[in-house]
Design a protein around this ligand. Structure first.
Ligand SMILES: [Zn+2]
Length: 64
């Protein structure tokens, strides 16, 4: 069980690495999860998703 940090780090879009990230929704119980949305490519993800979906360093590339 990991607890998300209370002080939000600088969020970066895992897909396009833009930093214009907005919070779209929060869990009914505060701090359980947060839905983020990228204003650049409209990718959305939940804070509880695996790193492949939330971390730019681990997001699968589809280059080529
Ligand atoms: Zn994006």
């Amino acid at each position: 069980m990991t607890t998300p940090p209370t002080s939000g780090p600088a969020l970066t879009c895992p897909r396009c690495r833009a930093t214009g990230i907005q919070t779209l929704a929060n869990s009914p119980v505060q701090g359980v999860w947060t839905v983020y949305g990228c204003k650049t490519c409209f990718y959305t993800w939940r804070s509880t998703e695996p790193a492949e979906n939330t971390d730019p360093e681990k997001y699968p590339r589809h280059s080529g």
